[in-house]
Design a protein around this ligand. Sequence first.
Ligand SMILES: *Cc1c(COP(=O)(O)O)cnc(C)c1O
Length: 419
Amino acid sequence: MNRKCNSIFTEPLADVDNEVADAISREIARQQDNLVMIASENLVSKAVLEAQGSVMTNKYAEGYPGARYYGGCNCVDSVEQLACDRARQIFKAEHVNVQPHSGTSANMAVFLALLKPGDHILGMNLSHGGHLTHGSKVNISGRYYKAFSYEVDESSFLIDLEQVRRKARESAPRLIIAGASAYPRTIDYRGFKEIADEVGALLLVDMAHTAGLVAAGVHPNPIEVADVVTATTHKTFRGPRGGMIFCREKFAAAIDKAVFPGLQGGPLMHIIAAKAVAMLEALRPGYIDYQKSVLANAQVLAETLDAHGFKLMTGGTDTHLVLVDLRNKNISGREAEQLLERVHITVNKNVIPYDPSGANDPSGIRLGTPTLTSRGMGTDQMRSIAGLINETLEKRADSVALDQIRERVAELCRQYPLC
Ligand SMILES: *Cc1c(COP(=O)(O)O)cnc(C)c1O
């Protein structure tokens, strides 16, 4: 029998497109050779990558399991059902939608489901740790809705619920948003829910950053409290790049209709397959230890930086991230980011609350532990890395010293390979 498949199915990437193949190999080396401390990033397993790189990408499946607009959906139905069942089990949720392409799409779907254009929303100020999608003027959330914001306290840098209450009374929002991108502390979701109830608003918790900690039970679960909860699957959760939405049964139909057909067309079935795999990984016993280690590493990173004289916003962390005010170190966030890049430590410059400088050259940096913890690093390595960060900034003018630091970073990277 002559079974000859079309050669497009068999030619390896390197033969088809060496430019892209080359960029991918350089990216593998970059991830391998750098200490990645971007708080919103992580590393996925080979199993997740395999599902994500599968032929599920070929399938159109508009609709939901059992109710699709296309034939041939029985296999993709299986993976979406698995993803939903596992997500509901992990997060103890009444309903979940795993189709949002990203955290941003998840938030947009919630707005579309619950709000009308012009409705008032109240979210955390972007420069105080909130997210673009919580009402920023440059985002659709701030253009189609009337957005108000709350700030953190000027001396403790903690969310001040009395201020949130006052702003909620003044602005009469239809929706209050709790959740942040650069806030290192536990958020009092019950306090937010009381305020929402008092002013007749709904509460959306955006746990994009903390979903993995919540999944492991090492951080409070907002799903018990909020009306709707959005999450990403690629940050602490350690799955493929994507979003999801949890809600009470009474909002389920509205949320599902907002995702499809309201906002998206065909779901990314290869990503949903990978989400299902990541959910299974989150149900394994090792996952809780991983998330505990993410927290312990962030604690030790914070303590050691503090001992080196770094000023930490809120004085420390309850989560996977640390926000550092660099002003007493006489270096800007942008300069620090570039200097650390030179020694192969990857961080991001970040505004700090009440930052006297602008977003292009803010006063802080944000550091996180999920990626390093996925490589197997523990508290001893965090102590060393905090020391290396300190030395890098102190010896910024000494290129020989910086080269030596980069060699010590390289040694750590070799000890904890990606695979
Ligand atoms: C990262 C993040 C998002 C958006 O996620 P994307 O997948 O990048 O769109 C939304 N909200 C918060 C609080 C985030 O930190």
